[in-house]
Design a protein around this ligand. Sequence first.
Ligand code: SF4
Length: 202
Amino acid sequence: MNFREIIDLIESAKLDSPVYRIKRYLDTKEKKFVYVFLSTRTRDEVTLDATERFYREYGSIWNIDNPEHVAQVIKPVAFYRVKANNLYRISVEYKDIPETLDELLEMPGVGIKVAKVFLAEMGYDYVGVDTHVHRIVNRIGIIHTDNPRDTDIILNRIVPKSLRRHVNVHLVALGQTICRARSPRCEICPIQRHCRYFLNRS
Ligand code: SF4
């Protein structure tokens, strides 16, 4: 599978996707972390609104003083009370956001998806696997897995290192605009010639 060509085709399609706009807003390491931390099981627009409210209110994780209030600020992201408590713990237990997978996975509320998406945002060689990435690589036929955890393990092995950090953002862009969960718009998809789902349908 030519990962380079797939990523280049999506990039050059210049999709009007929220993820590209959000990326421009995430201009500091801490904002990248907070956005990704809040994003689990939550739509991108809701996560972005919550991240903006969080920064208007506090300016930094390290200014948090009351987890109950954080919960009200980040509501309605999924599990907002749990996330607020974990952000509070991070503000107390950490002085900076770590940049290694092992250290990130020790933080409260940080799982493999959050850790790898954040590290990819920071320019490290990881594929961050969320529902978009999991769905699309299975549709294309690159892999055949039942769950994002297996997808994560395989993609982080088979995607060339230099491309790993680019996979999440471009596949999310494709997933938000064209390869939607329901009714994928295959007729206008920039990577249709690489896609087994499309080729089998044609
Ligand atoms: S051709 Fe269709 S199924 Fe394949 S990646 Fe594009 S939109 Fe998704």
